[in-house]
Ligand binder design. Structure first.
Ligand code: SAM
Ligand code: SF4
Length: 357
């Protein structure tokens, strides 16, 4: 059923207008007419790296095991999302999803859902070399590997671990397993980031990988993000342009967060680079995401300060109708934008690693 047929007031609704009643069927929509088809599923808050912009050197107070969804609970929610709520893309993330031993089983079960969703993974790539083929076999469609620099000393400084070679081996294994296009996600260091971006783009062009540079967001566990320290998309683009010829990619952007640029070498398009300006040019009006945390909370936005507890419903015997209704109401209440640039912005309590990026 179309959004129009449901009588939803669409993007023209003002935040101050009264909200119409939440629909009980059709796609997963909010009061601004946005349709959520992309579900980000965090499988764990645990991680084997300690990226400075994400978590402290000593780690965090990890979620107790019993708080996390069991595999059968997760699959039940995924079935509901795909068969009743119109989710077409499922991305597994974390924390670090590769530290979850049953990741392949979860991917396999998701691949059996109909209509079959596209299944993707965001990972730091440590340990990927040994698992890329099994993941592709289980039904993984594509993969994003986070890598902020190809310089070994800087990699160690940013992640507080000496694992660059593991990540590079993981990238090669992902390509060999046919998980194309393999994308590289980079969050740039405020001091060395521009130099890192130039070297990363050269590396990605050589290796047939697609680089996406993401503006650093106020989602670190230490709440120490500073706007004037984070590199903005414009500054990054200018630095890349000093070394590469870039032209806007003609393909329509749709709800994709990355603005894509074609990179020319020797008179030919040698690859593409994406820039995700989450802070300086927010793309909330086109957002198509819903999020499920490892402890079974639905979040309608990375920056939401409220969550809907599906785990409690699951564990007190709620039927699928009740779960569906709770998920729909959670998304219906989605705010017009993330508000990072508003004077009264308050960073959510959960850090990125416990939400799922
Ligand atoms: N551990 C996996 C990884 O690093 O790819 C998956 C989880 S991680 C939270 C997902 C993505 O969020 C990574 O690409 C990471 O660089 C990004 N990220 C983490 N903290 C961020 C922040 N404060 N601002 C922007 N992106 C961030
Ligand atoms: Fe771990 Fe990913 Fe956070 Fe780095 S960004 S600490 S790899 S969860």
């Amino acid at each position: 059923m179309s959004v129009v047929a449901l009588g939803v007031p669409s993007v023209h609704r003002q935040a101050s207008d009264p909200a119409p009643p939440c629909p009980t069927e059709g796609p997963l929509i909010d009061t601004f007419g946005r349709v959520a088809t992309d579900l980000r599923v965090s499988l764990t808050d645990l991680c084997n790296l300690r990226c400075t912009y994400c978590m402290p050197a000593e780690g965090l107070d990890w979620m107790p095991g019993e708080q996390k969804l069991h595999a059968d609970e997760l699959i039940r929610l995924l079935r509901l999302a795909v068969t009743r709520l119109g989710i077409t893309n499922v991305r597994f993330t974390g924390g670090e999803p590769l530290v979850v031993p049953h990741l392949e089983d979860v991917v396999r079960a998701t691949a059996q859902l109909r209509p079959r969703p596209e299944i993707t993974l965001t990972t730091n790539g440590v340990g990927l070399a040994a698992r890329a083929e099994a993941l592709a076999h289980a039904g993984l469609s594509r993969i994003n590997v986070s890598l902020d620099t190809v310089d070994p000393a800087r990699f160690k400084a940013i992640t507080r671990r000496d694992r660059l070679d593991d990540v590079l081996a993981g990238l090669r294994a992902a390509r060999a397993a046919g998980l194309d296009p393999v994308k590289v996600n980079a969050v740039l260091d405020p001091v060395t980031g521009l130099e890192d971006a130039v070297a990363l783009l050269g590396f990605c062009l050589d290796e047939g990988l697609q680089l996406r540079i993401i503006e650093q967001m106020p989602l670190d566990a230490g709440h120490s993000w500073q706007r004037d320290r984070a590199l903005s998309a414009d500054v990054v683009l200018a630095a890349l342009r000093a070394h590469f010829t870039l032209t806007e990619d003609p393909a329509p952007r749709g709800s994709a967060p990355a603005q894509l640029w074609q990179v020319h070498r020797g008179g030919q398009v040698a690859g593409r680079v994406g820039i995700i300006a989450s802070v300086s040019q927010a793309f909330c009006a086109a957002c198509d995401r819903s999020r499920l945390t490892a402890d079974g909370q639905v979040r309608n936005c990375l920056f939401a300060r409220e969550e809907t507890d599906l785990r409690a419903l699951l564990r007190t015997g709620a039927d699928d109708d009740a779960l569906e209704a709770a998920w729909r109401s959670a998304m219906w209440a989605k705010a017009a934008g993330h508000g990072i640039n508003d004077p009264d912005f308050i960073q959510p309590d959960r850090p990125m690693s416990a939400i799922g990026g």
